[in-house]
Design a protein around this ligand. Structure first.
Ligand code: AHM
Ligand code: MG
Length: 332
């Protein structure tokens, strides 16, 4: 009998292995690899300020290793971990212009590909603000044994078999879905284990809105009208709503997921197609939003129905509680 009062990620994986994806332990191995990389990244993120101080005198740290930007470090950790799992044949990441193909012996028969943003919101690291890792898993289209191709990555978000994020915040959490609800694990730093803390996340109706209002003048008229609606006084509807914006997608989304709210990133002057990337930012978050009972839209269509045309494609992104997305769509 386990004396530790929580179910750890490993215990959960073993218990649920038969229920998820194709019941052959493939997802378990991917999730396990992700958990290991997440702990390595978490350790580095926690030391970010310190590493800067230690690295300030030159480009090497006290062990004599080259100082690496944290997002590059995260990218390398995750790629290394997924490669070692043997279940992933290639990845697309924010850090690499092209797809990264794993062609060593172990992974050539693997049938999954991953799209990921290794460290989203990384400009927030320097100021101690929450950041995250976002991932999205698809079954490849090309035959096993062959090299994965671009078309394996350009699948609609509705074809994701799993997606999730890790938030490096006041605590570190792993939140994911395999299309059967949303589950959250919190890292117990004393044990170094992710522990089941949120067995079934459902997003409540929302009264929070999150947007970078500095871009207001470039917003579509419908978004401007929606913002005015949020700010109007109407006591029986609890308006004005509260505005909360961190500037880290994972942190903004995570708060709204648990408390209820809407996150908006419309087109702007500098990003006429929106800023956020469809494959490794919007799609995984949209999958989680829907699985928690919320919605995700580009303003024109359901995000998960968009057929991607390129790896780093951007899209206007609206996600969160169903009541607020429905209301926004009335204005749009
Ligand atoms: P990044 O991938 O370069 O880190 O940018 C993505 C981040 C998101 O986390 C966040 O939602 C958005 O950029 C914030 O943008 P802005 O600073 O324009 O509000
Ligand atoms: Mg990003």
């Amino acid at each position: 009998m386990n004396s530790y009062p929580f179910t750890t990620l490993i215990e959960f994986i073993i218990a649920k292995q038969a229920d998820i994806m194709e019941a052959k332990g493939e997802f378990s191995r991917i999730l396990y690899s992700l958990g290991v990389a997440a702990k390595m990244i978490n350790k580095k993120v926690n030391k970010a300020g310190l590493v800067d101080i230690l690295g300030a005198a030159g480009s090497t740290n006290i062990q004599g290793e080259d100082q690496k930007k944290l997002d590059v470090f995260a990218d390398e950790q995750l790629i290394g971990s997924f490669k070692a799992s043997g279940e992933v044949c290639g990845v697309a990441t924010e850090e690499n212009d092209e797809i990264v193909v794993f062609d060593h012996e172990m992974s050539k028969d693997a049938k999954y590909i991953i799209c990921m943003d290794p460290l989203d919101g990384s400009s927030n690291i320097d100021v101690n603000v929450s950041i995250g890792t976002i991932f999205s898993i698809y079954r490849r289209i090309t035959p096993r044994g062959s090299k994965p191709e671009l078309k394996d990555f350009l699948q609609k978000g509705s074809r994701q078999v799993a997606a999730g994020y890790i938030i490096y915040g006041s605590s570190t959490m792993l939140v994911y879905t395999t299309g059967n609800g949303v589950i959250g694990f919190t890292l117990d730093p004393s044990l170094g284990e992710f522990c089941l803390s949120h067995p079934a996340i459902k997003t409540p109706p929302g009264e929070l809105y999150s947007i970078n209002e500095g871009n207001y003048l470039a917003f579509p008229e419908g978004v401007k009208r929606f913002l005015k609606y949020c700010q109007e006084k109407k006591e029986d509807e609890n308006r004005p709503y509260t505005s909360r914006y961190i500037g880290s997608l994972v942190a903004d989304f995570h708060r709204n997921l648990l408390k209820g709210g809407i996150f908006l990133y419309p087109q702007t002057l500098s990003n006429p197609n929106g800023k956020l990337r469809l494959l490794y930012e919007c799609n995984p978050i949209a999958f989680i939003a829907e699985q928690a009972g919320g919605k995700a839209s580009s303003g024109k269509t359901r995000v998960l129905d968009i057929l991607p045309e390129s790896l780093h494609q951007r899209v206007p992104f609206y996600t969160g509680s169903a009541n607020l997305i429905d209301k926004l769509e009335e204005f749009l």
